[in-house]
Design a protein around this ligand. Structure first.
Ligand code: SAH
Ligand code: DHB
Ligand code: MG
Length: 222
């Protein structure tokens, strides 16, 4: 295990492959200065979200958990002219920092940040007929992940891609029968993904600047 090496490889990937746009660093700096936790996706994972959004031609993206807006910006840069990202955030301070970052990144016209409990906002989105979303990124409170997965199916369509962050958490995902709601929520979500006939899914474990974690990806097939 070599965190320092992992971080250097992430930096190498970022400097070699990712756009050289200061707005990403500025967004992370604003998060740090604002006292937000350092849990934005890594730059390479942000880059993957961007590639995947473009690969499926997603025009309507739904994100659950905005924090400082770092991952939102990667996806907002991928939806193209006329595309949009709806992002759900419960914490007013996070939302304020994120909104400033959207403006700085020039994506504030693309991003619709809904302040409140994600489960409430998801109900409101359905009521408004806001879907179907072409791409869903689940990255908020892990204990509610199983419900967020159900909402992704409800607000998606065949062809919708769903990405779920933090499904490894240093290997804690293996703790069967854990009474930690985070572990239970993550395991329950993976089990539901495996069981769900409308999804084909997989998960990938990662090392990098965020330590040892991973993400799951699922495609809605019917
Ligand atoms: N996607 C971001 C990181 C999100 S961190 C990025 O990679 O840049 C998780 C975020 O989810 C935090 O900002 C937290 O306030 C928010 N959150 C936690 N519980 C929530 C809930 N019930 N509804 C909406 N947002 C929630
Ligand atoms: C945590 C949450 C995240 O979304 C993440 O990417 C890393 C850590 C956390 O709550 O600890
Ligand atoms: Mg995360």
């Amino acid at each position: 295990m070599d965190d320092k090496l992992w971080t250097e490889v992430d930096r190498f990937f970022a400097s070699t492959l990712l756009p050289d746009d200061p707005v990403f660093e500025e967004t992370l700096r604003s998060a740090e200065e604002g006292g937000l936790p350092p849990i934005s996706v890594s730059a390479p994972l942000g880059g993957l979200l961007h590639v995947l959004v473009r690969a499926v031609g997603a025009r309507k993206v739904l994100e659950i958990g905005a924090l400082a807006g770092y991952s939102t910006i990667w996806m907002a840069r991928a939806v193209g002219e006329g595309g949009s990202v709806v992002t759900l955030e419960i914490d007013p301070h996070h939302a304020e920092v994120a909104r400033r970052n959207y403006a700085r990144a020039g994506v504030d016209h693309v991003v619709d940040l809904r302040l409140g409990r994600a489960l409430d906002s998801l109900g409101a989105l359905e009521h408004e007929g806001a879907g179907p979303f072409d791409f869903v990124f689940i990255d908020a409170d892990k204990d509610h992940y199983p419900e967020y997965l159900r909402w992704a199916l409800r607000l998606g369509r065949p062809g919708t891609l769903v990405v779920v962050d933090n499904v490894v958490r240093g290997g804690r995902v293996l703790e069967e029968g854990s009474d930690d709601p985070i572990v239970a929520g993550t395991r329950g979500t993976l089990e539901a993904m495996g069981r769900e006939p409308r999804l084909v899914a997989t998960a990938i474990q990662c090392v990098g600047q965020k330590g040892y974690d991973g993400f799951a990806v699922a495609l809605v097939t019917e």
